[in-house]
Design a protein around this ligand. Structure first.
Ligand code: G3I
Length: 465
């Protein structure tokens, strides 16, 4: 959007200025001791911006992890990756480790997208939760078409191949996911595994998993089991039986997808505790709570406090980084809004974890800029400056653009320009695009009338507020 057309002080006086570009460059450089003026690359600031506290750091101080579901195809989005990297210390591939993604046809394993998440997480010291080995959903058609003996072989082979591939890289595996029916029956859900192999498929899956990777924590994971109810009672009975008979199970995952029809149960903590008392860890594995504002924040805080109150509640994973990519985006159920701004729910979680709240975590506000030349015509060209927040959110930014004496800026967009007395130094501040989440980006642009001088502009370092 073109937001301003500047009648520049230099209008109509092309070539009149007397200060060479080098002088402006020197001046701009002098004004910015931490920035490197360049018109061709990234302007790097030297600020070391570390939020005083993040979800991951605060959880770690309590002996827990704080993770998120991650989608491989979002990792290239800078603010997505920055928010993930800054705030979380555990990652769960949201879809990339499901059967249809990893073994779309029998015996052919495609690990690319899942590997991308694992290496991203590992290179940043994050744990990885594996999700999920045996599940009725996102199951390729060929699995359901197998006869009983083949299905057993295929199930065990899938578990073995996938766990071997990730051996030593996965903290906890959801070995079996959502095997119980909703409602009051307490029965197992119909699935190719249940229908052909019977109840024993769960036990067999856990035994195969343990034999493959003895170091990984093996979890049963389900939803609508967060409070004490018929479904969680059925899972409880299974886990109790497994523990009594020595079937290898280490943890139970409580997905914790909440909304107004299914709010955080009043006995959430009590339910976690009764499972923990069976001798398994408990984990909150897919937390999201539809809503907004204080109500949502209160619910999130309650969930975190419940986990912290249970010694064997070892970590919390929220089901996505930003509302805009949530599986139920319209319910805005996550901790960061669609622009990666921290929501009240974020502050509530950080506070509950004992961290420092305040919308910025007390981190140093910094930004960097990069410049790129855009369209070019005989008499003018467009320039684009991209502003990127550092590892703390910012609420404003300022960048100076210095042009050669012959040149004139005729048009700007996505920013609010102001000019020095020479008309050759434009200071650009936001036009409604000042609030950036950690790692968030915005850009502004301008048209430079060359008047015969096609030199690139000088771009100062970015100043954040
Ligand atoms: O990637 C394709 C894309 O190419 C295609 O154009 C598009 C058209 O629909 O579909 C895309 O795949 C979607 C995929 O998410 C990735 O976005 C699938 O249709 C969609 O079904 C799939 O939904 C996932 C859902 O599990 C499937 O059951 C959600 O992202 C994921 O958040 C959700 O996660 C589950 C947990 O695994 C288990 N617990 C419940 C939880 C929420 O449903």
């Amino acid at each position: 959007m073109i937001s301003s057309t500047r009648p520049t002080p230099g209008d109509g006086r092309a070539g009149e200025g007397r200060t060479p570009l080098r002088a402006y460059a020197r001046r701009a450089l002098a004004l910015s001791v931490t920035g490197l003026l360049t018109a061709t690359g990234v302007v790097a600031l030297s600020g070391t911006a570390h939020a005083a506290s993040t979800l991951g750091e605060a959880a770690a101080a309590k002996g827990r992890y704080f993770g998120t579901a991650v989608a491989a195809n979002r990792l290239s989005e800078a603010p997505y990756a920055a928010t993930l990297n800054t705030e979380f210390n555990s990652a769960t591939p949201e879809n990339e480790m499901k059967w249809d993604a990893l073994e779309p046809s029998r015996g052919t394993f495609t690990y690319g997208a899942a590997d991308q998440i694992v290496s991203h997480a590992q290179s940043r010291g994050m744990k990885v939760r594996g999700h999920t080995l045996v599940w009725h959903s996102q199951l390729p058609g060929w699995v359901g078409a197998l006869g009983t003996a083949d299905l057993r072989t295929a199930m065990n082979n899938h578990i073995t191949q996938v766990m071997r591939h990730y051996q030593g890289k996965i903290h906890s595996w959801d070995v079996v996911n959502e095997a119980f029916q909703d409602g009051s029956s307490g029965a197992r859900r119909s699935s190719p595994f249940q229908d052909k192999l019977g109840n024993g498929f769960i036990e067999e899956s856990f035994r195969t998993a343990r034999a493959t990777d003895p170091a990984a924590k093996l979890c049963y994971n389900d939803y609508n089991t967060d409070g004490i109810n018929a479904k969680s009672n059925a899972v409880y009975a299974m886990v109790k039986d497994f523990k009594q008979r020595g079937v290898p199970i280490d943890c139970v995952g409580f997905q914790s997808h909440f909304n107004s029809n299914s709010p955080v149960p009043g006995d959430f903590q009590q339910n976690l505790q009764r499972f923990a008392d069976l001798g398994v860890d408990v984990q909150i594995t897919e937390l999201d709570i539809e809503g907004s504002g204080t109500a949502q924040a209160t619910s999130y805080g309650n969930v975190v406090r419940a986990c912290l109150a249970v010694t064997r509640c070892t970590g919390i994973t929220v089901w996505g980084v930003t509302d805009k990519y949530s599986w139920r985006a319209s319910g805005t159920p996550l901790l960061f809004d669609g622009n990666y701004n921290k929501k009240p729910a974020y502050d509530a979680v950080l506070t509950a974890l004992g961290g420092t709240s305040g919308g910025g975590g007390g981190g140093t506000r910094t930004c960097t800029v990069s410049y790129a030349k855009q369209e070019t015509w005989g008499d003018r060209y467009n320039g684009k400056v991209t502003v990127t927040a550092g590892s703390a959110p910012i609420s404003g930014w300022s960048v100076r653009v210095t042009i050669a004496s012959a040149q004139r800026i005729s048009t700007t967009w996505n920013g609010t320009p102001s000019w020095d007395s020479t008309g050759k130094v434009m200071t650009m501040t936001p036009a409604g695009n000042g609030s950036l989440a950690a790692g968030g980006t915005t850009s502004f642009g301008f048209t430079i009338m060359t008047n015969g001088n096609t030199a690139p502009p000088g771009i100062s370092a970015c100043t954040a507020s």
